[in-house]
Design a binder for this molecule. Structure first.
Ligand code: S3P
Length: 170
C-alpha cells in the first residue's frame, strides 16, 4: 500500500524540521517530527532522555515510534532525528529523502541561526565537534544507501528546495 508519506533523513542541524515546516506553508501538507513525538510521549527533552536513561533507551523509543508510524500514519511529511534512518522498517513508512549538506555547511547553518546556542545545547551528540565529524563521516554513506532520493540543501534557496521536494513526492 502506498501510504504517501515522505520521510526526511539527514544529519543533525541540516534543516529537516525547518524544511518540513516550510513545506506545510508551501503545500498545506502537515508534518510530524520523531523527536517531537518522543518528547511529547515521555514529557522529557531528548537531551534529558540521553542524560537520565542513556542513548540505548532513546533508540528504543525511536524504534517504537517507527513501528507506530508504519501502522498508523498516511499522507504526512515526517522529519526525523539524525539517527532514525537506522530503523529497519523505515522503507515501509514511506519515501525516504536524504537532505544532504557538508559538515561545514551544517555548522555554518547552526552558527548563523539566531538561537545557535540553543540548537547546539539540545543536541548531545554535537557536544564534541571532533566526535560529531566522525559520526558525520560514517553516516553520510549510510544515509545515501537508505534514501530513495538525495536532495542537496547546502546554500540553496528554500523555494528551490521545496520545488525539488515536490517533484520527488510525485
Ligand atoms: C540524533 C539527532 C537528534 C536527536 C538525538 C540523536 C542523532 O535529532 O534525535 O539527539 O543520532 O543524530 P536532530 O537530527 O533533529 O538533531
Amino acid at each position: 500500500m502506498n501510504k504517501n508519506n515522505i520521510i526526511l533523513i539527514g544529519f543533525m542541524g541540516v534543516g529537516k524540521g525547518t524544511i518540513a515546516r516550510a513545506f506545510f506553508k508551501y503545500s498545506g501538507r502537515f508534518s510530524i517530527d520523531t523527536d517531537d513525538l518522543i518528547e511529547s510521549i515521555t514529557k522529557k527533552k531528548v537531551k534529558t532522555i540521553f542524560k537520565d536513561e542513556g542513548e540505548p533507551y532513546f533508540r528504543d523509543l525511536e524504534k517504537q515510534c517507527a513501528l507506530w508510524l508504519e501502522k498508523s500514519i498516511t499522507n504526512t511529511v515526517i522529519s526525523t532525528g539524525g539517527g532514525f534512518y537506522r530503523q529497519e522498517n523505515i522503507k515501509n513508512i514511506g519515501k525516504v529523502i536524504y537532505l544532504k549538506s557538508s559538515f561545514e555547511g551544517i555548522l555554518k547553518r547552526i552558527n548563523n541561526a539566531p538561537n545557535a546556542k540553543q540548537k547546539l545545547a539540545k543536541r548531545p551528540l554535537l557536544k564534541n565537534l571532533d566526535e560529531a565529524r566522525k559520526l558525520y563521516d560514517t553516516r553520510v554513506k549510510e544515509y545515501e544507501k537508505v534514501a530513495d532520493f538525495t536532495l542537496d540543501v547546502e546554500d540553496r534557496d528554500i523555494e528551490e528546495i521545496l520545488k525539488e521536494l515536490t517533484s520527488m513526492c510525485e
